[in-house]
Write a protein that binds this ligand. Structure first.
Ligand code: PMP
Length: 464
């Protein structure tokens, strides 16, 4: 035992604090509160190391769509591990799970797509997209058409380029991001940014105008692409206002700007259609997917590109040689086998119909809290929802950020056996897609108790 490790207890919590640098965590707070150690899962529940059960109201990180005990995925992984645990796809190699999955994705793509490129995570998928957009425009002889427009509060990942696309200040600050050539346009959150007397439709018109002004100010010949999540997730579950995408898309077309749909959360049923692209009638040129692609049982993500983009890339590769991009684990056969089985299960169980059937228990259930004194807005569609907590309903004034009211609500929910995620003062819900109506009712009831606890907390602390 080194000096560094002496004095560290044997508990998982103390060893965690001693050795584990946690992703996306307040490091200082973690030293005080330590981890919640999750030991096992079953259906929509996870269990901590004391045996306490929680409804996983976020499907982990919006991802374990089939819940925590899908044996068929375990078997698919095991079969593939025995047969061919690894092979790659560089320099003309291939394997069946990779080929089958590429074919399956192109067949269910919501708009005609040509080819699939595999990555290990949503971040890598969006990072790949940035490179493809640059490569594509070089191929077309447009070396100046390179800028990409993302949105404030959009979330696209944490790698250097994808974090630059992400429109959240704490992903940029002190990381020296964003990189050059990434712009952010307005966040389409009507409740927060709609103006007095403006309808949702007026708001959407204004945002489309502002996007056009940005494009014109920068010079359309410099703007290559626009990226958007159909429903914004980690930025606080922001559902686009009526007519938003109908007005944004013609602006992009007018200036020959590619539209990238980040379906990392929305893909595979979350919004009540197979893709958010269908829910909002989008016409993307590029689509990224991850998370529910494999129900998160193994890491895998993908970028789908249209035929014109592929054709330009082929011509470029013919000119300059190898397409110099790829990961050791691009299309890992075990992950691909699990993803294929996941897609089969979605089809066999008609997951989209299931989501549509049970979704009202989440959406209407949460909307019953609209009159709650701490609830500013309830928003969502399908099995994704957000509840925004405010200090003053009439003025929409938030609590002092130092109070971190969202984190308190999430803590109270956890005490009642429900895991949700606080994104600032918005509480996010994104349960496994297999959740039943009864389980959703239970989830909503537990959240109600957490809201009541928060009222007592706010009163006791004299915060309202
Ligand atoms: N895009 C979206 C819309 C996401 O929600 C996420 C992850 N929350 C990512 C990209 C990044 O995915 P990953 O964490 O797998 O890198």
């Amino acid at each position: 035992m080194t000096e560094m490790t002496s004095g560290i207890g044997n508990s998982a919590a103390s060893r965690d604090k001693a050795y584990y640098l946690h992703p996306y965590t307040n490091l200082k707070t973690h030293e005080d509160v330590g981890p919640l150690v999750i030991e096992r899962g079953e259906g929509v529940h996870v269990f901590d190391d004391s045996g306490k059960a929680y409804i996983e109201g976020m499907a982990g990180l919006w991802c374990t769509s089939l819940g925590f005990g899908e044996e068929r995925l375990v078997e698919a992984a095991t079969r593939q591990l025995r047969k061919l645990p690894f092979y790659h796809a560089f320099t003309h190699k291939a394997h069946d799970p990779g080929i089958d999955l590429a074919e399956a994705l192109i067949k269910i793509a919501p708009v005609p797509m040509s080819k699939v490129f595999f990555t290990n995570s949503g971040s890598e998928a969006n990072d790949t997209v940035v490179k493809l957009v640059w490569y594509y425009n070089n191929a077309l002889g447009r070396p100046h058409k390179k800028k990409i427009i993302a949105r404030q509060k959009g979330y696209h990942g944490v790698t250097v380029a994808s974090a630059s696309l992400t429109g959240l200040p704490h992903l940029h600050r002190d990381f020296d991001l964003p990189i050059a050539g990434i712009l952010h346009t307005d966040c389409p959150h009507f409740y927060r940014y709609g103006q007095e007397g403006e309808t949702e439709e007026d708001f959407a018109t204004r945002l489309a105008d502002q996007l056009e002004q940005l494009i014109l100010a920068e010079g359309p010949e410099t703007i290559a692409a626009f990226i958007a999540e159909p429903v914004m997730g980690a930025g606080g579950v922001i559902v686009p206002p009526a007519t938003y995408f109908d007005k944004i898309q013609p602006v992009l077309k007018r200036y020959d700007i590619l539209f990238i749909a980040d379906e990392v959360i929305c893909g595979f049923g979350r919004t009540g259609s197979m893709f958010g692209t269908q829910t909002y009638n989008l016409q993307p040129d590029i689509i990224t997917v991850a998370k529910a692609l494999s129900s998160a049982y193994l890491p895998i993500a993908a970028v789908m590109i249209s035929e014109p983009i592929y054709q330009a890339m082929v011509r470029q590769s013919e000119k300059i040689g190898t397409f110099g991009h790829g990961y050791t684990y691009s299309g890992h056969p075990v992950s691909a086998a699990v993803a294929l089985e996941t897609l089969k299960i979605y089809e066999e169980r008609d997951i989209v119909s299931h989501v549509r059937t049970v979704a009202p228990h989440l959406q209407d259930g949460l909307r019953r809290f609209r009159n709650h004194p701490l609830v500013g807005e309830v928003r969502g569609i399908g099995l994704i929802a957000g509840v925004e907590i405010v200090a003053d309903k009439a003025t929409k004034a938030p609590f002092d950020p130092k109070v971190a009211i969202g984190a308190h609500v999430a803590r109270f929910a956890q005490e009642h056996g429900l895991i949700v995620r606080a994104m600032g003062d918005t509480i996010g819900f994104s349960p496994p897609l297999i959740i039943t109506s009864a389980e959703l009712d239970e989830l909503v009831a537990k959240f109600g108790k957490a809201l009541d606890d928060t009222v007592s907390f706010v009163t006791d602390k004299g915060l309202a």
